[in-house]
Design a protein around this ligand. Structure first.
Ligand SMILES: *[C@@H]1O[C@H](CO)[C@@H](O)[C@H](O)[C@H]1NC(C)=O
Ligand SMILES: *[C@@H]1O[C@H](CO)[C@@H](O)[C@H](O)[C@H]1NC(C)=O
Ligand SMILES: *[C@@H]1O[C@H](CO)[C@@H](O)[C@H](O)[C@H]1NC(C)=O
Ligand SMILES: *[C@@H]1O[C@H](CO)[C@@H](O)[C@H](O)[C@H]1NC(C)=O
Length: 373
């Protein structure tokens, strides 16, 4: 009897969530490395970045694409669910010195840049957080790119209305790096906590601006449970065991930071819904969806250590010491990335992103649900 129940449960987990087909005709995405499909690599902001080589991309693309994972990202699964091509990175259109590289953005454009923050370098500097950033392609810059691209998508107001009615806008995840840079540079936890209202203000500001530009359906994801992030666990490496969640072994103060960010974001979105009643503003609960596999890893196929990076140096508890990063000399890649949630210490594996994407597509982790277009 128990066996049958267990079997039925396994079957239901395997076939869940049901994959409804979404029907958006274009996708515009803003964010950071969680959704960058090539912009940082093309931008040249980082000299010979590790993401420009295998093992990045090994699971799906068989080559590096500039995605910070072994394969597809959440946004790639969203594109697939809509029957759309993978969204081309905006900077691909910049092309060579002599000719503009024509890229078809009519089915969407991806403005996300790995390493991007919501607030600018100068903003953080003014707050005493003069940290080294990989890129200055903030959320505001990404919004400017969208405004520049818009005239090539539609001309007149009615034409734009018609076009954007069938478009899906993803604003984030973004803002995670506003916390990551200071935290990884050994600034205090309280300094990161104090940034939360400013990060939320920026996300809400850019989301409003997009609505005023014509966006109608917007998904605004919250932060992941960063207390379960291998690099941050390595960085805090706190001897005070009571600060770790006994069930997941994630670091509670950082999950408190993520939850505060998410609560304030949801509140900000509530205000936006009142201001723009015609728009469909969807909160995506990345935290809740990821917490499923951090809480019960084996149930979701994460039979490697769920807090350890698949790719990286072998020292330390989490394979995420800063001296050897994934793709650098001395790093190794686990046998089967689909059994790991964490790919390179910072980013998740395709398997983890697939799980989160399914949670969005099914409507279980989107409020209101994404699936009734
Ligand atoms: C990558 O290689 C695998 C195995 O050779 C193949 O099944 C898959 O289709 C390839 N993927 C792409 C996107 O070319
Ligand atoms: C130009 O765009 C194509 C895809 O449209 C891409 O494969 C190619 O790498 C791009 N070239 C440059 C120089 O960015
Ligand atoms: C970002 O901007 C700051 C201030 O203008 C500059 O010092 C820094 O070099 C820039 N970083 C990148 C990666 O462009
Ligand atoms: C966003 O913030 C800027 C700068 O504070 C402001 O000028 C702009 O009006 C805001 N945009 C929206 C749509 O609220």
């Amino acid at each position: 009897m128990l066996f049958i129940v267990a079997l039925a449960f396994l079957v239901s987990v395997r076939s869940l969530p049901v994959k409804p087909t979404l029907h958006y005709e274009s996708i515009f995405n803003f964010g950071d490395s969680l959704s960058d499909t090539g912009n940082l690599l093309i931008s040249g902001d980082v000299d010979s970045p590790t993401i420009g080589n295998l093992p990045y991309g090994q699971t799906f693309f068989n080559r590096s694409t500039g995605r910070c994972s072994d394969g597809r990202l959440i946004i790639d699964f969203i594109a697939e669910a809509n029957g759309l091509p993978y969204i081309p990175p905006y900077l691909q259109s910049v092309g060579t010195k002599f000719s503009k590289n024509f890229t078809d953005f009519t089915k969407g454009a991806n403005f996300a840049v790995a390493g991007a923050t919501a607030n600018s370098f100068n903003f953080l500097k003014k707050r005493g957080l003069s940290v080294t950033m990989l890129t200055n392609k903030t959320l505001d810059i990404q919004l400017d790119w969208f405004k520049k691209l818009k005239p090539s998508l539609c001309k007149t107001k009615p034409e734009c209305e018609q076009y954007f009615k069938k478009s899906l806008f993803f604003v984030g995840e973004i803002g995670g790096n506003d916390y990551n840079y200071p935290l990884l540079a050994f600034r205090s936890y309280n300094q990161a906590m104090d940034l939360v209202p400013f990060v939320i203000n920026k996300i809400i500001n850019v989301t409003s601006a997009l609505i005023e530009e014509g966006a109608v359906t917007l998904v605004v994801p919250g932060n992941l449970p960063i207390g379960c992030s291998a690099v941050l666990l390595e960085r805090f490496n706190d001897g005070r065991r009571w600060l770790y969640d006994p069930k997941t072994q994630c670091y509670t103060p950082l999950n408190v930071l993520a939850k505060l960010h998410n609560a304030k974001l949801r509140k900000g979105l509530m205000t936006l819904r009142k201001k723009y009643p015609h728009a469909k503003i969807i909160y995506a609960d990345y935290y809740g969806s990821a917490m499923q596999f951090f809480s019960s890893p084996s149930k979701y196929g994460f039979t490697g250590s769920v807090l350890k990076a698949c790719c990286g140096g072998k020292d330390g508890r989490y394979n995420a010491k800063p001296n050897v990063r994934c793709g650098e000399k001395g790093s190794t890649t686990c046998e089967n990335p689909s059994t790991y949630a964490n790919w390179d210490g910072i980013h998740l594996t395709e398997a983890a992103y697939r799980h989160i994407a399914n949670g969005l597509i099914s409507g279980h982790f989107t409020k209101p649900p994404l699936n009734n277009c």
